[in-house]
Design a protein around this ligand. Sequence first.
Ligand SMILES: Cc1cc2nc3c(=O)[nH]c(=O)nc-3n(C[C@H](O)[C@H](O)[C@H](O)COP(=O)(O)O)c2cc1C
Length: 403
Amino acid sequence: MKKLTDQAAFRHGGEINTRIAQSPMLTNSGIDEKVSHDTIDYYATRSQSAGMVIVEYTNVSPNGGPSRSWARNREQLAIYDDRFIEGLSKVANVLKKDGNKAILQLAHSGREAAYRYTLGGRVEVPSAMNFPWINYPLHELTEDEVWQIVHDFGNATKRAIKCGFDGIEIHGANHYLIQQFFSSFSNHRTDYWGGNLEKRMNFSIEVTREVLKSVKENAPKDFIIGYRVSPEEIHGNNIGYTWHESQKLVEKLTKLFDLDYIHLSTMDYAGKPEDSELNYAQLLGKSIKTPTLEMIAGGIHSIKKMNDALKYADIVSLGRPTLIDPKISYKIKNGLSKEIYLEFNKQSVEDSHLTPGLIELLPNAPYFYMPGVEYLKELSNVKLDSTVTHNGASGKTTDKDYK
Ligand SMILES: Cc1cc2nc3c(=O)[nH]c(=O)nc-3n(C[C@H](O)[C@H](O)[C@H](O)COP(=O)(O)O)c2cc1C
């Protein structure tokens, strides 16, 4: 029987002291794509939220972001240049100070780079097509440009290692570029990168191959390599891929590569597809080759659910609960479960050190509902304006304190 408070060991030797991970979550705190004080304060507060904290989606390519900007003057973080190393090293450092692991999620936004368009940049996609909900032009990547992004993932990995992260997670989920290549809805290519299922897997495979190559060349032996996937992409009649196909993807990835873990991104960890009695974690778990571990995220918002989720996966991944209580894993490990904050209120908000960008985002994102989120509404107008502003993509930040 797996227990939350167990240690878990990854195949390359990395160990975490609970079976709890913090899910990657954007903090809306980047300034000119760099880490800000807000970013560091938020992560420093989360050094005991989990055995491993997966830092938010961070852009690997000059043309991969910024993704949507959810709050005024705040951008997605990036790692496509050495100038990002200093700030991200601070994030890795503050996260590791209590002995837990710091993992960086590597992403290319593809068509989701709406803010990039606002700043005058070109938005890249596998296939230039009409998405009814997108109102900016899209550029279809050439074969060479796709290879360049593959190499960008490798270079970003090298930088993440330099920063001192204990591992990286490849963001293959949530409709970002890697998923866009895997999806038959958004990938209509007929070259190496698209066509049948095998070819739609090629981008995921080449990115993973490049990341592993960079890890073998640059990282300590116990460096952790994860891959995040959404178990299926079905929106009404639009079927990007089914769980049957993502089973094949994770099987292939874990057969070809010695990944430490596969991370399922869902909004309900116990969710099932229409054509099975088993849930996604069980179904994909069957196809993940051991000793790669399985991690599951989605609605694991109580101790009961954490224990239940552990029946299906090796590690539980908590998103919103760590926004409300940054010491959640510490409290569980030390028999203080009764003291876990379950909602936003005066005390929990004070202790949570949310970034101003999150305080602005969360009350306006019903999709991410959390108990007590109304409380943040009162704060959202106050905080953001009192911090930093900047003048656009290439402008200088006006925050005197920010280094
Ligand atoms: C504010 C916020 C930001 C998020 N940003 C990311 C992200 O950067 N990368 C990612 O893979 N998922 C992201 N997600 C999804 C979470 O990682 C997680 O899968 C989801 O919130 C479900 O888990 P939960 O019910 O424990 O919150 C985000 C979720 C929230 C609430």
